[in-house]
Design a protein around this ligand. Structure first.
Ligand SMILES: *[C@@H]1O[C@H](CO)[C@@H](O)[C@H](O)[C@H]1NC(C)=O
Ligand SMILES: *[C@@H]1O[C@H](CO)[C@@H](O)[C@H](O)[C@H]1NC(C)=O
Length: 355
């Protein structure tokens, strides 16, 4: 992996054309030098929450932010990439033999255990379970760094499952969750596999005043965390098999093994007639979740945990199908209560104590 990120700088409007050319040359040279040094690759983020500024090599997506749930959508077209990328045949130097090396199926991602306490970590980076209080902080950095990485690499991704439900309520992770879920199209998954698999990323962030209040350090302090993008070699195998590899990729916190599960959706044009499908086929993961094209696209641009994020077009429909209508209205859940004043989920035992 040799591509690198250098923060984009706004050039002074007064710079002469010659000066600009020199600057461009210098920037190119700088990025060349950086790319030779770059491992891990940097992602830069500044003071969160509240959406601090983010420096990225590639220009951010057009259009202004419309933060907050159910804001007016900025349209992102359904991925035509499926076709567009089909002409580049995937390298298959491993499949020259008659036998498929992936069979019999073997589980790729491993967790230290199957219990609720142990199933939310990647074995390779796990040492000990992360307790309730700090876990939410690690999850926030996980999703922020993932969203920053994907948007700076123009990898289209959106929130899914419990993470999407958290967004629906207040644009934040539900505090009883221990992992995070996002989805990508099959073609984006292919891009992750070809371009970014095995890449570690440096995520540099500056502590905000809010984080100082939460006892995480001093405001202005610069911290670095490392994350790994790991793509399951079974990603291109789009059927469930024995269900050992339904997670296509992971974004892993290399300090403690916590992760974001990344699953790809591929279109099955044979299957018709699910809600919103209208003959355009069904987009499915490998674990019995299916969506009509119009349920997912066009994606809506929004914010999650203070950074730019995308959600499916029909968030409510998707959530109702997966969790039932009560998930959108029930205000007590998993020992927590939704506090309308604070607009956040708080532990029920604490609510009782103070009321
Ligand atoms: C998934 O994407 C790859 C290319 O990235 C393509 O070869 C494959 O046919 C796609 N599979 C499905 C089911 O769309
Ligand atoms: C990704 O990289 C790991 C090693 O870092 C490898 O085991 C795995 O097979 C790779 N996945 C793909 C899709 O190539």
């Amino acid at each position: 992996m040799s591509s690198s990120l250098t923060p984009e700088r706004r050039q002074a409007t007064t710079t002469s054309r010659k000066g600009r050319r020199l600057l461009t040359l210098l920037m190119a040279l700088l990025s060349l030098i950086l790319s030779s040094l770059a491992n891990p690759l940097p992602i830069e983020g500044r003071s969160f929450p509240g959406g601090g500024s983010i420096a990225n090599a590639r220009p951010a997506r057009p259009a202004a932010a419309h933060p907050g749930p159910l804001s007016r959508p900025v349209q992102v077209a359904a991925p035509a990439q499926a076709q567009a990328q089909a002409e580049t045949t995937p390298a298959d130097d491993t499949t020259n033999t008659n036998t498929n090396p992936l069979l019999p199926e073997q589980k790729y991602f491993h967790e230290p255990g199957y219990t609720e306490e142990l199933s939310h970590y990647d074995t390779r980076y796990f040492t000990t379970p992360v307790p309730y209080d700090p876990h939410i902080v690690h999850l926030r950095h996980l999703i922020r760094s993932y969203l920053l990485m994907t948007s700076s690499r123009s990898l289209t991704t959106w929130l899914a499952h419990g993470t999407l439900l958290g967004w629906y309520w207040n644009g934040a992770i539900m505090p009883w969750d221990y992992d995070l879920d996002v989805q990508v199209s099959n073609s984006t998954l292919g891009e992750m596999a070809r371009e970014w698999n095995g890449t570690t990323f440096d995520y540099v962030y500056t502590l905000s005043g809010q984080e100082e209040k939460e006892g995480l350090g001093k405001q202005g302090e610069v911290h670095v965390k490392k994350y790994l993008l790991d793509v399951n070699p079974y990603w291109a195998q789009r059927t469930r098999l024995e269900g050992l590899n339904v997670i296509d990729a992971r974004w892993i916190d290399m300090e403690n093994g916590m992760y974001v599960d990344i699953t790809g959706l591929s279109e099955d044009r044979e299957q018709k007639g699910t809600p919103g499908g209208r003959g355009t086929g069904v987009w499915s993961d490998k674990n019995f979740h299916g969506y009509g094209t119009r349920q997912i696209w066009p994606l809506r641009k929004t914010e999650f945990e203070g950074v730019e994020a995308w959600v499916p077009w029909d968030v409510e429909g998707v959530l109702k199908e997966e969790y039932g209508g009560r998930s959108l209205t029930g205000e007590t859940w998993a020992g927590h209560h939704f506090d309308h004043g604070r607009k956040e989920w708080v532990k029920t035992e604490l609510v009782k104590k103070t009321s």
